[in-house]
Design a protein around this ligand. Sequence first.
Ligand code: SF4
Length: 381
Amino acid sequence: MPPLGLYVHVPFCAAICDYCNFTRGLLDAGLKRRYVEAVRREVGGAGTGRAADTIYFGGGTPSVLEPGEVAAVIDACRRAFAVDAAAEITLEANPESVTVERLAAYRDAGVNRLSFGVQSFRDEELRRLGRVHDAARARGAVAEARRAGFDNVSLDLMLWLPGQSVPDLDDSLEALVGLEPEHASLYLLEIYAGSPLDAAVARAGWSRVPEDGAADMYIHAMERLEAAGYRQYEISNVARPGRESRHNAKYWMDGEWLGFGPAAHSTLGGVRWNNVPATAEYVRRVEAGESAVGSRRALSPRERLEEALFMELRLADGIRLERIRRTYGVDVWKEWGSKLARFEDAGLLEHDDTRLRLTRPGMLLANDVMITFLEAGSTVK
Ligand code: SF4
């Protein structure tokens, strides 16, 4: 059996960003202490002794956890699972919450990969997003990570920000390239109706480039990073060779993982379950010895196939057709080729005997291609 990925959701943030749509809340020291104990208990109760080769602290803002708290959760994982000595252990961090001493202590705790939520290297844009840090702090955090001994650092950047032009984006791209992270994630900002950012955009009259412009920004950014030696390996992710996210690969490549903490979801043996989203309720349940699971269901073979196709299509290498044939008994091109041909004709998709993959312009329209897998009939139920 391939090794599991272990995900730990940390639902606390020091401040709430104006665009945020994640499961998180403002830091509450008392609740955080109880949360850490609850996660340790949940991990211990899930222990199968099965091999695991990634641990990922995502959030929220995992760097609000003290290094000792991170060490305690990693220790619980090591007791409950056969965690590989060379496991990838990632901590998402916000630049304002770290110092070189704190980062060194995370490293001593076992963390070997940092993912910084930088979002932009322009102070004006960071203010608009409601971020607490400025560009200088982001640069400082990366320098501190290096001094603390981290050789695997990822930076998140957001594109298509209110009021952002292509030259503005270039400022952030140049700054990112200059810091030489091993990995970067690029997201087009979604502005949710009713979010503080949505209201601020309306109030201030900030304009956004039209959707076509957003597509140009995305392609421009990917080309700039490629010129700097990064390889785009997924719709939103680039890496130096060998520095692709091993944890996220489990989501994209039909792997299995267990999630701990509020709102965390798990997929194992064709069953998917989600923990309850509210932190207080999660903690209460675990303290009372009750299950933290809010919903659980077995995926049908058809759902498993669809999910495998959706997720692998996100990868630059695309869907491994022979693997799908072996695992699900389906010839993808035979089933959907007649519907997919129009995407190929439009230069959005390409395929040969081994792979079916999106071209870079096609990555922006991935959802349209994915819908095709839902429309047409495979014999898999
Ligand atoms: S730090 Fe991340 S999770 Fe927390 S409020 Fe900001 S965007 Fe949301």
